[in-house]
Each structure stands twice: as C-alpha cells, then as structure tokens.
Design a protein around this ligand. Structure first.
Ligand SMILES: Cc1cc2nc3c(=O)[nH]c(=O)nc-3n(C[C@H](O)[C@H](O)[C@H](O)COP(=O)(O)OP(=O)(O)OC[C@H]3O[C@@H](n4cnc5c(N)ncnc54)[C@H](O)[C@@H]3O)c2cc1C
Length: 469
C-alpha cells in the first residue's frame, strides 16, 4: 500500500481495529485481522524490544533473522491484506458510544471499533556504568535468545534479585565457566546456593561499579574493591515495564509481575482470549505476557499452550472478582492475605486491589457482581478503617484445572521442557515452589517436595506426561 513516503499514511476517519504497536505481536494480529476482511490501522513507534540485538533466534523458518528485517517483512505481509501501517505514537485513546477515539502524538485522530494493544515491554537495566551500552550484544538476559552465541564462554551473572540464581543455572548448561556476582542485597536461599556450587557455579559477593570493555567487547566487571571479575559476556535480569508506553485515557490497570515475593515489573492482565479488563480492548505480546516460555506456567493461556503439546488436561473456567480501590484510606507496602475473610489486599500502582471470591463458572456466564460486593462487605467488616472514595469492580476469568492445583511433568519427546499447569492463589501453585519442582525435574534432581500429588494422571487422563518419578 502506498504511503506518504516518510513511513506515515493518510489515516482514515475510522477502522474496525486500531493496533497500537507494530512489533511481532501487533503485526501478527494485523495479518490475521486483515485476512478476516477487517479494516485495520497499525500505529508503530518503531522501538521493538529486541532492537539492540543483531539477530533474532528461535524464530522458526527465519532463524537468525535481523529483527528489523522480520518486522519489515511482517509489515509487507499485513499490507498485502489491506492493513495500513503508520509510523507514529498513540498517546491517547478514549471510549466513545460506538468504540474508541484514538489520538496520535502529532495530533491526528481516528476512530476504532476495537483496539489491539501490542506495545511490548521496556527492559529496565540495573544502574551499572557501561551496562546499557552493551545491552543486546554481550550484556544478555535470555539463554534461549543468545545463549548459543556465548556458549562455552566466560560468563558473569550480575545478581540484582531472585532471578539471578535461576539465570546462572540456565547459563551453566551452556558454559562451565559461570560466576554469579551478588551485587545487591538479595541472597539466594542456602539450598539454592548449594545447588549452584554443586554444579560448579562460582558465587562472589561484591558491588559492581563498571562493565569494562576493550576492542568493542566486554572484558569483565569492575568491583568497588578494584578487582576485575573477567567475563566475555554479562547476564542481567531486567525490570519489565509493560505499561509506561500505553496510551492514556483507557483506564487500563497495570498488574504487578511477582516472582518469589519480588515484583519484577508491570504488565497488562488479559484473559485466555487476550481480552483486557476494558471491554473492546485486547492485548497481546510481551506487554501482556512477559514470562519466558520454557516452563509453561499456567493461567491465562493454559489451554492454548497445552493443546499443541499434545496434553489433554481438562480445564474449566475459573473466575475471580477484584475491586480496584483507587483512593484507599490505608496504605500497604506488601500484599496481605486475610484468610478469615478469604481475600487479599495488594498494593498497586495508584491504589489497592482487593481480590478474592473465586468461582468455577462457564466462561461466558454473566459476571456476578453481587459476589464482588460480598467481598467488599467481608473486607469492610475485618478492616473498618478501609474506606474508599472510588471503587470499581472487575471480573476476570481464566482456564484452570478443576481443583485449581497444578500438574507437573516432562514432555514425552522433549525432556528439557517441563510443563507446570494449574492456577491458584495459595501454596505451591504458580509460586516459586512449582517453578523449583519443574527445574528439579528438568535437571533430574531429587524433588524438594513429594511430587506425587501433582502427577497429571491423577485426573485419569492416561499417560500424556512422562512422569519423572
Ligand atoms: C536484547 C533482546 C534480544 C531478544 N532476542 C530474542 C530472540 O533472539 N528471539 C526471540 O524470540 N525473542 C527475543 N527477544 C524477545 C523479543 O524482543 C520480544 O519477545 C518481542 O519483541 C515481543 O514482541 P511485541 O510485539 O510484544 O513487542 P515489541 O517487539 O517490543 O514491539 C512493540 C512495538 O510497539 C511500539 N509502541 C510502544 N508503545 C507505542 C505506542 N503508544 N504507540 C505506538 N507504538 C507503540 C514499540 O515502539 C514497538 O515497535 C529479545 C529481547 C531482548 C530485550
């Protein structure tokens, strides 16, 4: 489709769908929508997450492709089906009677019946001089994206939080020279440390003051003590920000991404179909799901993910009710679970979330807001000081196992892939214990808890998962 010659196109007055963000997720969505005869505008600010990397890996059929080349081809494919791609930034979007009015940074406005938000993620790097300049080259985060490129090299994992030990374990599979440098206060648990050292990972304590570079290559990390920890590549965990580039006006609430009690970032919560809590607005890509893919953590996408893997685990729709308290009278620093009342209070960006009341119901059954009000009643009774100026009910639904507890196992012909399926709010489900159990199965280690209650075949659906015990 012809444009104005500068990446912009003449934006029409209205579309069926405006796709906000033209990375892989947005363009893939646009192709599908274009092929369904929808009128589609993709607005893209042109800063995909993997732009610093020279090549994109694990892209079947295009292994090692240049990231920009992949996107240029994706644009051309979308345009073939009539999709318009416009270079620009969506700054605002507001609901109207028949859809949304979308505003771009240059003042252009258009209308859309539906919105697909695919604005991606921003990686927030630890503040160590020299680190950002090497990001995506020899400062890395993901063993599946770049691990092969640094295989058998001297690797240092910059430990700034709970992910570092996990990264050290993963990169240890690619190199026998891995050092975990504990740069922050966070100290892995004693058994995790023991596991790392048993596998030959060197663990050091020390504050990093600079990433040292010579001849356009990382040579090591300089410590406050003056010592240089030599490295050919540095591994970091980044803060995951999936919300700062969102347009304003839609009321999309960010959800905290928490692992092992640590908030790793913020993203947009979606249900199994990609729907956000705002009717008519869908989200996909890293902005909605920042979790890497090796361990398939269940929840929103369980059914879709398990099916192609040949796993037929029965799932039902589980729904939870949340109340967003925009102006609460009490302030919390950490989530609080009130078992007596069956609810949790979670501090959120700009307010508090009161969540609880899970029910099993048909995915398309109407929301039962009486349950949300009952939730509020219980909370108000237990916490008389909890008053709000504004509150908003939200109902989310996701596929879950009938009893909401996980099934853990290894795939029959892919023993390096563990599947952890299930969802819940307590105990081992979705928490570090299930991740640890999966890791233990992957490594052939003795499980730290008795895994028998979690065998998939306890549901009576044959032997789809190869059990490791
Ligand atoms: C250094 C690095 C290397 C990686 N290497 C690999 C790899 O080898 N293989 C792999 O599979 N994955 C890799 N990844 C992960 C990969 O980058 C992401 O999974 C992928 O980019 C996510 O696609 P997305 O469409 O969700 O977001 P993005 O690719 O980030 O695209 C989002 C797009 O939306 C635009 N945008 C944001 N806000 C707005 C707005 N308000 N208006 C308009 N446009 C907006 C952005 O500018 C961007 O162009 C890597 C990640 C990093 C950080």
């Amino acid at each position: 489709m012809s444009g104005n010659g500068d990446g912009t196109v003449s934006v029409a007055a209205s579309y069926d769908v405006v796709v906000i963000g033209g990375g892989p997720a947005g363009l893939a969505g646009a192709v599908a929508l274009g092929r369904s005869l929808r009128t589609v505008l993709v607005v893209d600010a042109g800063e995909p997450r993997n732009a610093p990397a020279a090549h994109a890996h694990n892209v079947l059929g295009r292994e090692g492709v240049l990231p920009r080349e992949l996107l240029a081809d994706g644009r051309a494919e979308a345009q073939r089906y009539g999709v318009q791609v416009h270079e620009g930034t969506v700054t605002g979007a507001v609901r109207t009677d028949d859809g949304f009015t979308v505003t771009l940074a240059d003042g252009t406005t258009t209308r859309a019946r539906r919105l697909l938000v695919t604005t991606g993620l921003r990686d927030e790097l630890p503040d160590v001089p020299g680190l950002a300049q090497r990001w995506g080259r020899d400062v890395l985060h993901c063993p599946f994206c770049h691990g092969w490129e640094v295989r058998r090299q001297q690797l240092v994992v910059l430990g700034t939080g709970p992910l570092a030990a996990h990264q050290a374990g993963l990169f240890r599979q690619l190199s026998d020279d891995v050092t975990l440098l504990l740069h922050s206060e966070h100290e892995p648990a004693a058994d995790v440390m023991a596991g790392l050292t048993a596998r030959g990972v060197r663990v050091l304590h020390g504050r990093a003051t600079a990433v040292e570079v010579a001849d356009d290559a990382v040579t090591g990390i300089r410590l406050e003590s003056g010592e240089l920890v030599p490295a050919q590549a540095v591994v970091v965990a980044t803060g995951l920000d999936g919300v700062s580039t969102l347009p304003t006006g839609l009321g999309l609430e960010p959800t905290e991404l928490e692992v092992g009690g640590t908030v790793l970032g913020r993203h947009l919560a979606v249900d199994g179909t990609g729907a956000t809590a705002v009717p008519g607005v869908w989200a996909a890509g890293n902005g909605a799901n920042p979790i890497p893919q090796v361990v398939v953590a269940a929840g929103a996408h369980t059914a879709a993910l398990l099916k192609p893997l040949g796993l037929e685990i029965p799932l039902v729709a589980e729904r939870g009710y949340h109340l967003q308290l925009a102006a609460p009278s009490i302030e919390l620093e950490l989530p609080m679970i009130y078992r007596a009342g069956g609810f949790a209070l979670t501090p959120m960006h700009g307010g508090l979330r009161l969540g609880g009341t899970v029910e099993i119901a048909d995915a398309d059954a109407p929301p039962n807001y009486a349950r949300a009000e009952a939730l509020w009643g219980r909370a108000a009774q237990l916490l008389p000081s909890l008053t709000v100026v504004e509150k908003r009910s939200w109902m989310g639904s996701r596929p879950a196992l009938p009893d909401s507890v996980p099934a853990v196992g290894l795939l029959p012909r892919m023993p390096r892939i563990a599947v952890v399926a299930g969802h819940g709010h307590d105990g081992m489900i979705g928490g570090p214990a299930s991740g640890r159990l999966a890791a233990e199965l992957l490594c052939g280690a003795t499980p730290h808890i008795d895994p028998r209650p979690y065998r998939a075949d306890r549901f009576g659906w044959g032997t789809v998962l190869r059990q490791a015990w």
